[in-house]
Design a protein around this ligand. Structure first.
Ligand code: ATP
Length: 307
């Protein structure tokens, strides 16, 4: 029925004075998918999301959300799009669950408030004023407010930042439920495991552009798919190892005494490396084989850790 994407961003540019926060960003998000937007601090993720939410106007490029313009068609989009605001937009004195019930009543087909409260562990906050809730409770309430109206699309900016593991898991479960109900979810996160757990698609943003996109599996494919690691005495002569490794393989010592071999993985590679260790009289400690993770991809692409 809906062939058009949930979100279509084309050539988005957004400047703050002399600073170009978003620099020609393209992003297409299919309906019914969970997309994680990853990127180092200052990459332009929040600015992009806020533009999709209609809070900022593009300086150039176009943004379509559910086929509409987020600024010009804001009124039409409001009941259809859930936005998780970081504390903004909530009356500090409002009572948590009452506020949620009130929001639910503004929508034609809201979720069951009691079930949502239970799911997010907000039961104990019933009559507590918003400002008296803990940071984690405020955050979960903001999430509940974003989804209670049963939106078609939700934007979640770092939904689990600062949450304890239990609340984090509850949030993940909620995102999975939303997906099951056909809701499109766009989330930013600094947690690669969150993206790996939840996302159908990942978009890696750096310098105001999407520099890579695809499923986690697609992103982790290519390059060196896996690597072999072992510890030994520092400063081993890797030249002699290179001689016995297949063409295109790389052996490095990323930190003293810690070795990494990148090559097509198989029993032969393991045999070659251990035979070489025997030939130089070294017992490889902590020999491990690691598949290329999203973290490796992220590091290779951005040259930075996620935090
Ligand atoms: P983070 O992971 O740290 O939240 P982000 O990827 O969400 O980062 P943005 O918040 O979109 O990045 O910021 C992109 C760039 O624009 C940053 O350099 C930031 O300092 C700058 N910026 C963001 N908002 C403003 C503003 N209101 N005024 C001036 N500069 C801003």
């Amino acid at each position: 029925m809906h062939s058009e994407p949930a979100v279509e961003v084309t050539g988005l540019v957004k400047r703050y004075g002399p600073k170009t926060a978003v620099d020609g960003l393209d992003l297409t998000i299919a309906r019914g998918t969970v997309t994680a937007v990853l990127g180092p601090n200052g990459a332009g993720k929040t600015t992009t999301i806020e533009t999709c939410e209609g809070f900022r106007r593009p300086d150039a490029g176009t943004v379509r959300v559910l086929g509409l313009d987020p600024v010009a068609d804001a009124a039409a989009l409001r009941p259809r799009v859930g936005v998780m605001l970081q504390s903004g937009g909530v009356y500090p004195g409002a009572r948590a669950v009452e506020m949620l019930r009130h929001t639910a009543k503004l929508h034609a087909h809201p979720l069951d408030v009691d079930a949502l409260v239970e799911r997010l562990g907000l039961g104990s906050c019933g009559r507590t004023a918003y400002r008296r809730l803990s940071g984690g409770q405020q955050q979960r309430l903001a999430l509940a407010m974003a989804v209670v109206g049963r939106p078609e699309l939700v934007f979640l900016d770092e939904p689990t930042a600062g949450l304890d593991p239990q609340a984090r898991r509850a949030t993940w479960e909620l995102v999975r439920d939303l997906r099951r109900d056909g809701v499109t979810v766009v989330l930013t996160t600094h947690h690669l495991d969150e993206a790996e757990q939840l996302a159908d698609r990942v978009a890696i943003v750096d310098g105001g552009k999407v520099i890579a996109g695809g499923s986690v599996e697609e992103l982790c494919r290519g390059g060196s798919e896996s690597s072999l690691h072992f510890d030994g005495p520092a400063g081993l002569d890797l030249g002699s190892l290179h001689k016995v490794l297949p063409d295109g393989a790389a052996a490095t010592e990323p930190s003293p005494g810690s070795y990494r071999v990148e090559a097509p993985l198989g029993p032969e590679l393991l045999a070659t490396v251990t035979a070489w260790c025997a030939s130089v009289g070294v017992m490889p400690e902590r020999l491990t084989v690691r598949r290329r993770s999203l973290e490796d991809v992220f590091l290779e692409l951005t040259g930075r850790e996620l935090r």
